[in-house]
Design a binder for this molecule. Sequence first.
Ligand SMILES: [Cu+2]
Length: 218
Amino acid sequence: MQTLITTIVLLVVALLMDAEKLSAAEIRGNVALRGVETKAPARYVVRGQNPAGSGTTASGMVAVAVEPLDSRRTPVVTDTPYVMAQENTSFAPNLLVVPVGARVTFPNRDAIFHNVFSYSPPRSFDLGRYPKGETRTVRFEESGIVRIFCEIHASMYATILVVPWDRYQLLNSQDGFSFPDLPAGQYRVVAVDASGRRAKSDIDLKNGQIINVSLTLE
Ligand SMILES: [Cu+2]
């Protein structure tokens, strides 16, 4: 009798695991770029070529995240802060993805002063001027796109994508992205690059479905 019960339990577990595999859906796609690369705040007049790709993030890098619209997910947040340095009069890296609740530290590694700030609604801040060797830390409590600038150097810019779930990828815009093993549901796919160009697409993902998305950043 014991053996029979064990066998039945194992069978049910096996069937459930199969059902799970069958229902796993996927969002995949590609990102195209369009438009001018720089959107500086209104008080700046940007002249000439913007040094896109300065810092450690290569030009053409894109952050893509899948965010659930019909359920709450809790991203994993570590105590260790993320780092966005000021280096060679650039942000390094100039594109960063962090989970909601994460802290980002902004060390100044240049021999000159910088003044890091953001006007973006998910987290606006102004860190003031500080010299080489000093840092300031900002916590990001709301998901969304945060554009970062330096008050002193108009050529400095960066973007932080704050995500409510750990399904994200940093990729070269020439490469495609793929998010396998997603449960069925409503999702928003968000893409952004260091200069703040962005795109989004809302998707209703059914069991077992594979959906292709083409995003154009502008
Ligand atoms: Cu600066």
